[in-house]
Design a protein around this ligand. Structure first.
Ligand code: ATP
Ligand code: MG
Length: 356
């Protein structure tokens, strides 16, 4: 059983909204997540489910008209690195303020699907990583350069002495991804958020990068929040899993329970879409019927009901499924597994959130 001290980051009831004159989109709608020290949480779901907005909300990288409108993001420093033990609510910090800038990179770092999102084209790799180091640990350039060489070696870049003076455009996609990882690790963060970091790479490079991340995570005892749409990747990486659909965490739990006893019809559908080795030849992979609706068109009741094979008319369209506790750290939001009676009805999860 976990104690509170095992929890590094806790997201409680997070809601992030993009509001413009002609649209009001709640991209993350009451998400609850827990990241344990040194462990991997995989956040999985189809495109548009709110995975990246969740990650960017944690680091307060949501630009207007986006805004966190509700919830807490609790970072627990345990005092092990010489800084005082304290809990900081990142959702309450000023997004451009000194405190969040101190946390970015040092407590929490992020890598993106597209390395060029965090690398500059016009600066040499070594200078970019060196500057990232010097933001949090002022030191002479020569010393920073030494540290960069160590980092390049750690991310298994062949010939660091040459790569350190290269420009990102001179490197292959896989090498750039390694450079971005080196930069993210430069201040030994306690949590690394990896937002689909391998989807732009070929399968072999993808496997190498995943192995590298897992190795580094163990070496550095770092927590990893790994975002993916691929249940195959989840099987390889996760300790814990959170399944997102249309801004909601619809199911979460330890990885073995998610794979052996999935409860939400959406989780089951995602699992059915993994190719199986040894499966009958020509067997068609099942795909999930329909598409994720635009977040502005939230259906009433359960957000997944239009695509669900087990939909219960008169219930699923009228009741927003509450989180149902299935055991330690195990929750599902689906009326098949319990929940309120129609008397308690509310029409959309937006109204439920607004009312609550
Ligand atoms: N800047 C923005 N302005 C308006 N809406 C936005 C903005 N950024 C994201 N959204 C909305 O938030 C929803 C969730 O987006 P998000 O990028 O988190 O999805 P995702 O799960 O990461 O998908 P993918 O797998 O494609 O990366 C999107 O459907 C989009 O409509
Ligand atoms: Mg995304």
């Amino acid at each position: 059983m976990d104690t509170d001290s095992d929890v590094l980051l806790e997201v409680k009831g997070l809601r992030t909204r993009f509001r413009t004159d002609d649209a009001d989109v709640t991209a993350v709608n009451g998400a609850n997540l827990r990241l344990r020290r040194g462990r991997t949480l995989c956040v999985v779901g189809e495109s548009g489910c709110g995975k990246s907005v969740t990650a960017r909300s944690i680091l307060r990288l949501i630009d207007p008209p986006g805004r966190i409108v509700d919830g807490e993001i609790l970072l627990r420093r345990d005092g092990s690195d010489g800084r005082p033990a304290e809990t900081i609510d990142l959702a309450a910090l000023k997004p451009t303020g000194r405190r969040i800038r101190e946390i970015r990179g040092r407590d929490i770092a992020m890598i993106f699907q597209e390395p060029m999102a965090s690398l500059s084209l016009v600066h040499r790799v070594g200078n970019q990583i060196g500057e990232a180091i010097r933001v949090h640990n002022p030191m002479p350039r020569r010393q920073a350069r030494q540290r960069v060489l160590e980092l390049l070696d750690q991310v298994e870049i062949p010939n660091p002495e040459r790569t350190i003076d290269a420009y990102p455009f001179q490197l292959s996609g896989g090498m750039r991804q390694r450079v971005m990882i080196a930069m993210a690790l430069s201040c030994s963060p306690r949590l690394l958020i990896a937002d689909e970091p391998t989807t732009a790479l070929d399968v072999t490079t993808q496997a190498q990068i995943m192995d590298l991340l897992v190795g580094l995570q163990h070496q550095q005892d770092m927590a990893l929040m790994f975002i993916t749409h691929d249940m195959g990747v989840v099987a390889e990486m996760a300790d814990d899993v959170a399944v997102m659909y249309l801004g909601h965490v619809v199911e979460k739990g330890p990885v073995d329970t998610i794979f052996h006893d999935p409860k939400h019809p959406y989780t089951r559908a995602l699992l059915d879409s993994i190719p199986r080795i040894g499966g009958a030849r020509r067997e068609r992979l099942s795909t999930i019927r329909g598409t994720v609706p635009a977040p502005a068109d939230q259906p009433s009741g359960c957000v997944f009901r239009d695509r669900c094979d087990f939909v219960m008319p008169g219930r699923c369209d009228r009741i927003v499924p509450p989180p149902i506790d299935l055991g330690p750290e195990r929750h599902v939001r689906c009326l098949l597994h319990g929940g309120a009676e129609p008397e308690a009805e509310v029409t959309t999860s937006q109204e439920a959130a607004d009312a609550g």
